[in-house]
Ligand binder design. Structure first.
Ligand SMILES: [Fe+2]
Length: 176
């Protein structure tokens, strides 16, 4: 046993005899499913986040500005609501602009790897990563400044507008 532990982990995994699988207990199965969800969710969320960034971000096309004004009252109110959600997300998570089933824009937030794709809250038009790793290098602990920078200079509103104009289309993440 001691000799086996001294071997590198990858060698133990590669060359050890296959284990007989035991029936899983419910809590073990749940832990496995949660791990799969966390990895898949974080992959999808980050892909959507990259789609939400643009070097020419911040400029809002007329079609999106019109819809935002209809549903939030004004662009300023939309930005205030988005910032409130992003600042108010306790701990790690995401702030989202989604298009709901009834055709209204909505701002929502999720924690950790959760995503509107899973909750059914709506089609994703825009998302901001508010995990601390997303902003700490440039903004230290000033999450509000990171959010302002996103909303005014980086947000890919052109992409959000294009997704809005495709009926019912949210961010489509390439699978290859
Ligand atoms: Fe992230």
């Amino acid at each position: 046993m001691l000799r086996r532990l001294k071997q590198p982990v990858h060698r133990r995994v590669l060359w050890s005899a296959p284990q007989k699988s035991k029936p899983r207990r419910p809590h073990e199965l749940f832990a496995t499913l949660q791990a799969v969800f966390n990895n898949a969710g974080q992959h999808w969320n980050h892909c959507a986040f990259w789609e939400s960034l643009s070097p020419n971000g911040g400029a809002m096309p007329g079609v999106l500005e019109k819809k935002i004004t209809e549903d939030f009252g004004s662009v300023v109110k939309y930005k205030e609501a988005f910032k409130a959600a992003a600042v108010g997300q306790f701990g790690s998570g995401w702030a989202w602009l989604v298009l709901t089933r009834d055709g209204k824009l909505k701002i929502t937030k999720t924690s950790n790897a959760a995503t509107p794709l899973a909750t059914g809250e709506g089609r994703v038009l825009l998302v901001l990563d508010v995990w601390e790793h997303a902003y700490y290098v440039d903004f230290r602990n000033r999450r509000p400044d990171f959010i302002d920078n996103f909303l005014n200079r980086l947000a890919n509103y052109e992409g959000a507008a294009a997704r809005l104009q495709k009926t019912g289309a949210g961010i489509a993440v390439a699978t290859s």
